[in-house]
Design a protein around this ligand. Structure first.
Ligand code: SOE
Length: 382
């Protein structure tokens, strides 16, 4: 693994768990964790249960006791590490968003396709696909239970930078994160909308806003001061604080998206709703074990949204866990995505979501930024 912060912690927990709860064809070994700071990485290796640690990710590619590289770094290093790892014959799991730009994502998707020809697999970590209720929603859509999809409505609301004194961390710097709320949490809802609807966006019209344009610089080198910056000063926020956009799907559905870090009181408010000719589904991550389903074919006298508690052993991923009603949490989504990755590797096929799907999300993000920069003008998507 490269990186040991939030995603490093989430993935480490999942790597330890996946082989203990699922029947996976390959048993993962947590061989080495990599970070630039020797002391911090050694501490992370002990805390998260890694057998060794490195301070240069290139060393991982030279080690023949490493067969897969899990990239948990900011987006500015995804392309370099993933392409080199694939060329070195290592399977790759890469955190979202796939990259910070479309050209980087194109290069990664090309490297992934070439590597697949040699049986080297790759996957991008859109973990919310692995919420059982989301997987159930996608099954209902695919089974025609929603009919023709007319509307997709997706939101991802956070509030962790509402305070103007929150420091200028890497997620607020374009050169590190690529974009702000758009790429960080907007990427999730773009991927989910396309995944659940089983369709692709063909165009968007967007606006973005940066409410707080200057922030205090983080203290100490660990906070990621750039050249010429000194602790105690302020720096410019170079990414969006929110992105709102409309979209059109190839199959005719229309969509609305909202990704923001200024929804005061919403800590991790991801929700999605699809309305179709035969029914609707609605999901809210704050009640992540529930899916609300409206069956339009029912007798209007008794019809209505019903709450499905998605904890039956027949529901996606649930066969591995607890009896019905014993609900799951955020961390289970990472164990589920590793299960999908390991099963695909064991069956010698490409896992989903592929780098090609990650590239598709990147094209939407780029179109959103282009539209927002051009007074919201409609932007077609390749
Ligand atoms: C943003 O703070 C963030 O950590 C995202 O980067 C993750 O993808 C999301 O799952 C939780 O919020």
């Amino acid at each position: 693994m490269v990186g040991y912060a939030f995603m490093g912690k989430a993935h480490s927990q999942a790597w330890h768990t996946v082989g203990r709860v699922f029947d996976v064809p390959v048993a993962p070994e947590l061989t080495a964790i990599c970070g630039r700071d020797e002391a911090a990485t050694a501490e992370a290796a002990g805390r998260y249960g890694w057998a060794s640690h490195e301070t240069d990710w290139r060393r991982l590619l030279e080690r023949d006791d490493i067969g897969l590289v899990d990239i948990c770094t900011p987006g500015d290093s995804h392309a370099e590490i993933a392409i080199a790892a694939l060329e070195a014959g290592k399977h790759v799991l890469c955190e979202k968003p796939l990259a910070n730009t479309v050209p980087e994502a194109v290069a990664m998707a090309e490297a992934a396709e070439k590597a697949a020809g040699r049986g080297v697999r790759s996957m991008v970590a859109f973990n919310y696909r692995c919420v059982p209720a989301i997987a159930l929603a996608r099954q209902l859509a695919r089974d025609g239970r929603l009919g023709a999809i007319r509307h997709v409505r997706a939101r991802y609301l956070q509030d962790w930078i509402v305070d103007p004194d929150f420091p200028l961390v890497w997620r607020l710097r374009k050169e590190k994160a690529g974009s702000g709320a758009l790429g960080d949490i907007g990427a999730h809802i773009v991927d989910l909308a396309q995944h659940v609807a089983g369709d692709v966006l063909t165009g968007v019209s967007a606006l973005t806003e940066t409410f707080v344009k200057q922030r205090p610089l983080p203290g100490g080198a660990a906070g990621g001061l750039s050249a010429g910056e000194k602790a105690g000063g302020t720096g410019e926020v170079t990414v969006d604080d929110c992105a709102l956009f409309l979209g059109r799907f190839a199959g005719g559905a229309v969509a609305s998206f909202e990704a923001t870090r200024f929804a005061t009181g919403r800590r991790n408010g991801l929700s999605i709703e699809l309305n179709g000719s035969a029914g609707s589904v609605a999901f809210d991550f704050e009640s992540m074990n529930e899916l609300h389903f409206y069956d339009h074919t029912e007798d209007p006298a008794t019809a209505g949204f019903r709450r499905i508690l998605v904890t039956e052993p027949t529901h996606p991923y649930l066969e591995a866990w607890w009896p019905p009603g014993h609900v799951l949490g955020y961390e289970h989504t990472f164990t589920h995505e590793l299960r999908d990755l390991l099963v695909a590797i064991g069956e010698d096929r490409d896992p989903a979501p592929s780098f090609a799907e990650g590239l598709r999300v990147q094209r939407v993000l780029e179109a959103v930024e282009s539209s927002a920069a051009d007074a919201g003008r409609w932007q077609p998507i390749d």
